[in-house]
Design a binder for this molecule. Sequence first.
Ligand code: DGT
Ligand code: CA
Ligand code: CA
Ligand code: ZN
Length: 607
Amino acid sequence: MTKNEIADVLSDIGTLLELKGENPFKIRAYLTGARALEAIEEGELARLIAAEQLESVKGIGEALAQKITELHTTGRLEFYDKLKASIEPGFVELLQIPGLGPKKIRALHDRLGVASIAALTTACQEGKVAELEGFGEKTQEKILAGIRNREAYGRRHLWWEAHEIAAPIVAGLRQLPQVVRAEAAGSLRRGLETVGDLDFIVGASEPEPIMAWFTGLAGVKEVTARGETKSSVRFEGGLQADLRIVPDDQFVFALHHFTGSKDHNVQMRQRALARGLSLSEWGLVPAEGEGTAKEKAAEEKKKRGAAGKSGGKEKPDGGGGQWELGTETDLFAALGLHFIPPELREGLGEIEAAEQGELPRLVELTDLRGAFHNHTTASDGRNTLTEMAAAAEALGWEYLGIADHSKASFQANGLSEERLLKQVEEIRALNASRRFRTHVFAGVECDVLPDGKLDYDDDLLARLDYVVVSVHNVFTQDEATMTRRIIRAVEHPHTTMLGHLTGRLLLRREGYRVDAAKVIDAAIANDVIIELNASPWRLDMDWRLWRKAAEKGLLTSINPDAHETSGLEHVRAGVNAARKGWLTKENVFNTRALKDVTCRLQAANDE
Ligand code: DGT
Ligand code: CA
Ligand code: CA
Ligand code: ZN
């Protein structure tokens, strides 16, 4: 196990012990141990364990050292397994409600006998929770809202989490000898920020062994349907998945249909009908009762033939008039369209653009050359500056922007002026040492105070390479006040980019109210970048706003907001969102080369 995985286990133990009402000193020892572990480097941990010197680290005592060693060497901990098994399942569920920590759950249990979400709902509705000491009306309302949100969102899952389940399944399907082609379709393929269920499409001649493999997957909790060519399963964690197996000559039609979206499909079918064709998940055939269908189809085919592009051909027997198309590119071409990337298939004008050859050349993951807005152990990150730099180098990035929290974010261990200046020195020294090929930019994620002022003096901000400004508190302001507050921060001469525009947490928390159009205009007017926060649970600013904003001239930066080395890879989720927002490489700041980035940051500082 890595040090961050071990730290997760220790924090988890702390939470579970607290749920059990254990001794607070014992609980704190685990949390302190987790923090201490995060602050040392991976290599250092291995060395300390080998030398049996873990106890020399401040915050790690004998008992903890032993547990860390066990986790590090075996990846397991008996004590932890037993502890987990001893907790009522309803308790763990209660932890998922925002605002409910172990202490409150304990109190609810001891004083009201609450041990499940259902019991808690009743207790809230009867007003009993509000009467408890340390709770009150407001807390009760918040808990109820949390439960309602959970119900409303409960059936959807973050794209990232769905992808982590789907990717190995697609890979596994492709390994099966009967499988010709396999793909994950649906909202996952379209890169939507949340996913309702997974839709696997397989082209194969012999479905039975594939079905058996799929329904027998290790993570499958329940098989909800099992047919000859279609099965549905539910995984641990509640995500469901449909598998459809079709003869390979239908694969393209099934893939297109089940990729959706529904709106896109409706428009595609209308387009087909207007050409005398009928498009469905089964194929593309002349529409019934349409005299000119075949002629129109033939005409279209001739055009495509002249363009010399696609490999589509009619079935040799020609009997049913079924089109045999090898790829989605052929399918689109059969309807006179350029290939439409799945991310754009939302029925928002992509078909018109594809007809006119005006689809954008969408930004790709490999276009990124670095990323801004990343945290380290200096604030609330879990990897040190050098670990983050090493990880960026391993990704082949030319640069990495560090942006730890500012002092007003005390709950995230925000940096005082002195600590920030010290970090800037460290970064300059790291760059000078040439230890990594990746250049590190010294920045900060500076809190926007409730009145729109920034959390540091201008003199200090001027010494940084760049400044991300973000709202982290007082979310309850009305829309006009919040909009004024953010615009004031955007207008600050030292602001380089605006962090997470709305502060939303997908499936957990709505964003604060803000007039996005006004903020976008202010950002453009002040040459400020608005980030596309790529954290899988943020993806903020929302993709639905990007197309228009970019047309007006807004620049974005796909920022992972990484709090550990693995978080840097979240840029992939950001690229999905950017693509859904019709963005090209030119719209994204961190596709630029190091020298161009340096140039722009310096120019902004000299103004
Ligand atoms: P999700 O699962 O809620 O995140 O969203 P999708 O888009 O994956 O939706 P899903 O799983 O219900 O269906 C997959 C695709 O199948 C959907 O995007 C379009 C297609 N589809 C499903 N039902 C219909 C329908 O009633 N009409 C049309 N035109 N297409 C449908
Ligand atoms: Ca789906
Ligand atoms: Ca589905
Ligand atoms: Zn933030």
